[in-house]
Design a protein around this ligand. Sequence first.
Ligand SMILES: C[S@@+](CC[C@H](N)C(=O)[O-])C[C@H]1O[C@@H](n2cnc3c(N)ncnc32)[C@H](O)[C@@H]1O
Length: 207
Amino acid sequence: MEELNNEIEYMRSFIESGSAVIDGIASSNNSRNDVQPQVEPETGRFLELMVRLVNAKRVLELGTSNGSSALWILKALEHTGGHLVTVDSKERLHEEALKNFRTAGYSNVDAVFGDAAEVAANLEPGFDIIFQDCGKYLYPQLFDKTVALLRRGGLLIADDTLFSLNSGVRPNLGRFTDEYNRIAFGSSDLLTSIIPLGHGLTVSFKL
Ligand SMILES: C[S@@+](CC[C@H](N)C(=O)[O-])C[C@H]1O[C@@H](n2cnc3c(N)ncnc32)[C@H](O)[C@@H]1O
């Protein structure tokens, strides 16, 4: 067995995206400084798993970037016959995502260029899963809206929610994710836990 030094290497030794487009985005993003980091493979696999587990038909993602997490979700939606709406406010990244979705051959995705709050205000409720991964300052602001858009029994999954503990990573953003966790755990509409994958995933089940 090859030498694996930590839990992350160990987990990743099992996970293959099976998608040349996902792998291509990961390797090019890692050497770019004009794009925020995409989900780690273990987080991508977790999203894929959740979509299959709840047999999701309607998924919303806030924060497309150039499409990596969306592609993990789309891989699973191919099996459930579902559809993804994903939003980003940076036109350049939105255009890249559109290209990546086309290259990967997906048509069951509406990639929307715009502000997450404005787009969310005009969406029909009833989403099975909402993946919150846009500006961290928006997590608390958009909390009520995202819960309202989710169906009962649906999942609200927020990324990077252990930022408040990884103070060396994003010290300024931790206060927003900490506020988000307080709201999510305090909500009587949700049953919530945190999974320490990547920089933390807060997963809430709508009761
Ligand atoms: C961490 S990245 C998303 C990464 C992506 N989910 C992935 O794993 O491939 C956050 C994204 O949120 C977008 N964003 C920030 N503020 C936003 C807003 N108000 N509305 C929509 N998107 C926003 C940024 O442009 C950025 O691309």
